[in-house]
Ligand binder design. Structure first.
Ligand code: HEC
Length: 129
């Protein structure tokens, strides 16, 4: 009985590790080339410390989802949109960024991402709140 419990715990631990690695790999493929592994930025692209306050307000959170879905054009250059990602992937990437920045705020859910679909925005229409 005790052994079964231990086994279950180990299994959960591995599952957790696998999931964590999953989002790191996804971040590595989609965001790190410009923003770096730790969101520190890769020249000439910006680090994302500036995004920290957005996690805590409804308008800020909406902005973060819009940036990932539709991209953003600003002084620092052009970020393409990642509309092709699944809602769940966008939520996980934003939660990963939240962890990297140690930002306050609720975790993102796939539903919060889904709400911003279908707007057909261009990167220069995505403005900071
Ligand atoms: C091709 C390079 C590139 C890639 C890839 C990229 N970004 Fe960006 N990102 C940018 C640039 C450039 C800006 C800044 C535009 C500006 O405001 O001047 C930016 C801005 C942002 C912002 C807004 C920051 C703020 O303070 O307003 C967030 C959030 C963000 N990116 C997240 C991501 C995430 C998450 C990914 C992966 C899904 C990603 N980016 C992939 C180039 C990139």
């Amino acid at each position: 009985m005790k052994q079964a419990l231990l086994l279950l715990l180990l299994l959960l631990l591995f599952l957790g590790l696998a999931l964590a690695q999953g989002v790191e790999a996804l971040w590595g493929r989609t965001c790190a080339q410009c923003h770096g592994d730790k969101a520190q930025g890769v020249r000439p692209y910006p680090g994302l410390a500036s995004a920290l306050p957005f996690f805590a307000t409804p308008e800020g959170r909406r902005y973060l989802v819009l940036v990932v879905l539709y991209g953003r054009k600003g002084e620092a250059g052009l970020m393409p949109g990642f509309y092709q990602l699944k809602d769940e992937e966008v939520a996980r990437l934003l939660n990963h960024l939240k962890d990297l920045l140690r930002a306050k705020g609720e975790p993102f859910s796939p539903e919060e991402v889904a709400r911003e679909r279908g707007k057909n925005l261009t990167p220069d229409a995505v403005k900071r709140p």
